[in-house]
Structure formats: structure tokens, C-alpha cells
Design a protein around this ligand. Structure first.
Ligand code: BYC
Length: 319
């Protein structure tokens, strides 16, 4: 294809983006649009799969059968989200194996939040309330993203995330109605998870190399700082309602802006975690690599079964 043809295709593509049309897998798209989507969608898929680990840690120790069933269902939903998202990424011409290789060799990122440990049962409440709360804030905006398969995956994922968010909040609400020890446990979980949750939205807009282009392509519909602010505004009253204190002395309502002002995030900690030096980065990656190794026989058996069935089908057709 010559340069003039590519330019005119790009003009048509840009007009479609401006007109809020969805881009579908077989449509022409600039190479950078395809690559950026593979990067973001696969990072999102990996986050769902790695995100199962900190919560999975508490399935066998949930305090009641009801809590255990709900947590099991939540973690299972996350596996499902990972699968929709891997499928959406595959429509852009990359294989599942390549995507997993990128996770296992550390070239693909996943959300920084999952590199923190879950030390008490209250952490499961904090993850549901804050981590899923932050995820919904980000993903509701992504329902209107320009790439069709990603946008459609988001519709279903958001419905499930809102249930997850409520189950987390309800865990903390119950603890806050309990003993002094239970209230202290809930507060301690909020103290540890608050700042990492704000980091989930990514670097500040003026430090974010991808935001400007991704906003132009309508891959991102709101910037990192806009979503972070919306999350703070939504979450502070929820904390107050159940008697939790946000661990930020700078937090205060700004009447003029109509938003909460909040303190500075420890960006050095964020960079360290993203670069692989968080409290659990090594453990998380090793757990994923081990799960992949241990699942080799399942994948091989499934492929052998599919091959046998295909042979049988072609034999039947030949007869
Ligand atoms: N952690 O230019 P920026 C969930 C990277 S899972 C690690 O702003 P972008 C759930 C970023 O990739 C929630 N890395 O990037 C599951 C980029 O690096 P590269 C996951 C981060 O892409 C289980 C660099 O920093 N949600 O819901 O425009 C249980 C510069 O950043 C992080 C999604 O993935 C981070 N926090 O914006 C419960 C949503 N932040 O790739 C819940 C979809 C930034 O250039 N993703 N980086 O080397 C997005 O919306 C965007 O990708 C982000 C980052 C807002 C995360």
C-alpha cells in the first residue's frame, strides 16, 4: 500500500472515530492503534488474572460459608473477565500464547495494586470496595471506548464489578458494626489499601505518555487524574458513612472546585512497584508461571482430544 492510500484510509478512520463509530476487528486501523490496544487490553486481562491471587489467598479462610461462596464466585468472575479480555486482544492479531509469554517474561504489565499482600480478612473488604470501586470508575468510561470488542467486554464486566464492589463494602460495614478489634482491622486495611488504590489510575496526566493519543483515539474516555478525582469524591462519603477515616491529613472538601483536595501520592513507590520491586511482584509472577507449567498437561490433553474429534468427524463425513 502506498503512502497516499494509507493517508486516505487514516482520514476515513479518523472520521469514524470522530463520529463515535465503533472500530471492528476486520476494519482498517493504524498500526499504532492496534498495538496500543493490545498493550492496554492485555494489561487489563493480566490484571484480572493476577488479581485472583491476593483474594484467592482468603477463600479457604473466609469467616463464614456465605462469605466463602461470595468470594469464590468473585474470583471466578475475575477469571471470566480475563478470558473475555484475552479474546478481545486476540481479535487484534496476537495469540493467547504470545500474550501469556509477555506476562510470564515480565514484558507486559499488570495493575500495580495486585503486588500488595492481603494480610487480614478486612483486606478482602478493602479490595472489593476500593479496588473494584476504582476498576468500575475506570471501566464504566471504557464502555464507550472506540474498539468494539473491548467496549462490549466492558458492559458485562462492569455489571459484575458493581456486585464485587458492594460485597467488599458490606464486609467492611459488618466489621465496623463489630468489636473494637474488628473496627481496628477494617481501619488498618483502609490505611494500607487507600494510596495503592489511587495509584491504580496511573501517573498524573502531565506524566502519562499514552493519555493524549489514547484520548484522541477514544481508547481512553477520561484521563487518569479525572478518574482519580471522581473516585476520591465518590469514596470519601462512603468511608464516613461507616465510620472509617481516610488516611490523608490533606484531604478536605474544596467548595470552589466542588471536589475533594487530597494529598500527594508517593510516586516513587508507584514507580518501584511498576518496575517489579513491590512487596509481592516476584511471588505473583512466580505463582502465574507455576500455574501455567502445572496446566501444561491439561492444555495438551484438550488439544489431543480436539484433534481426535476432528479426525473422527472427517472420517464420518468421508463415509
Ligand atoms: N499499574 O501513560 P499511562 C480489576 C503503566 S483490574 C501498572 O497513563 P495508559 C480487578 C502503563 O501501562 C484493573 N502499570 O498508560 C481485577 C504505561 O506503561 P507502558 C486493571 C501502570 O495505558 C481483580 C505507563 O505506566 N484495569 O479491575 O494510558 C480484582 C504510563 O501510564 C499503572 C485496567 O487495566 C498501574 N496502576 O493508562 C479486582 C483498565 N498505571 O505500557 C479488580 C484498563 C499506568 O507504556 N487500563 N501504568 O509501558 C487503563 O485504563 C490504562 O491502561 C491505565 C494506564 C489507566 C491503567
Amino acid at each position: 500500500m502506498n503512502e497516499a492510500q494509507t493517508t486516505s484510509l487514516e482520514e476515513v478512520f479518523n472520521r469514524r472515530i470522530d463520529a463515535e463509530e465503533k472500530i471492528e476487528p476486520k476494519d482498517w486501523m493504524p498500526e499504532k492503534y492496534r498495538k496500543t490496544h493490545i498493550r492496554q487490553i492485555s494489561q487489563h486481562a493480566h490484571s484480572e488474572i493476577v488479581g485472583m491471587l491476593p483474594e484467592g489467598n482468603w477463600i479457604s479462610r473466609a469467616p463464614t460459608l456465605r462469605r466463602k461462596v461470595a468470594l469464590l464466585a468473585k474470583v471466578q468472575d475475575e477469571a471470566g473477565h480475563g478470558l473475555y479480555l484475552y479474546s478481545a486482544a486476540e481479535t487484534l492479531g496476537i495469540s493467547r500464547d504470545e500474550l501469556l509469554d509477555q506476562l510470564h517474561d515480565g514484558t507486559a504489565k499488570y495493575s500495580s495494586i495486585f503486588n500488595y499482600p492481603t494480610l487480614t480478612w478486612a483486606d478482602i473488604g478493602a479490595i472489593g470496595w476500593l479496588v473494584d470501586g476504582a476498576a468500575i470508575m475506570n471501566q464504566v468510561a471504557l464502555i464507550n471506548t472506540s474498539y468494539g470488542p473491548y467496549s462490549r467486554a466492558m458492559v458485562r464486566i462492569c455489571k459484575e464489578e458493581s456486585f464485587h464492589q458492594r460485597q467488599g463494602y458490606e464486609i467492611l460495614m459488618t466489621l465496623m458494626k463489630g468489636t473494637d478489634e474488628q473496627r481496628a482491622m477494617a481501619q488498618d486495611a483502609l490505611d494500607r489499601w487507600w494510596w495503592p488504590s489511587l495509584m491504580m489510575f496511573g501517573p498524573r496526566d502531565d506524566e502519562s505518555p499514552n493519555t493524549a493519543q489514547s484520548m484522541r483515539w477514544k481508547l481512553k474516555r477520561k484521563s487518569n487524574d479525572e478518574l482519580r478525582q471522581a473516585f476520591v469524591d465518590q469514596t470519601v462519603p462512603q468511608a464516613e458513612l461507616i465510620g472509617l477515616r481516610i488516611p490523608d491529613p490533606a484531604l478536605c472538601w474544596n467548595e470552589e472546585r466542588g471536589h475533594y483536595d487530597f494529598g500527594e501520592i508517593d510516586w516513587d513507590e508507584f514507580r518501584q512497584v511498576v518496575q517489579g520491586n513491590g512487596p509481592c511482584n516476584r511471588e505473583r509472577l512466580e505463582a502465574r508461571r507455576a500455574a501455567h507449567r502445572n496446566g501444561t498437561w491439561v492444555r495438551e490433553a484438550a488439544l489431543a482430544h480436539a484433534a481426535k474429534q476432528a479426525d473422527r468427524d472427517s472420517l464420518r463425513k468421508a463415509i
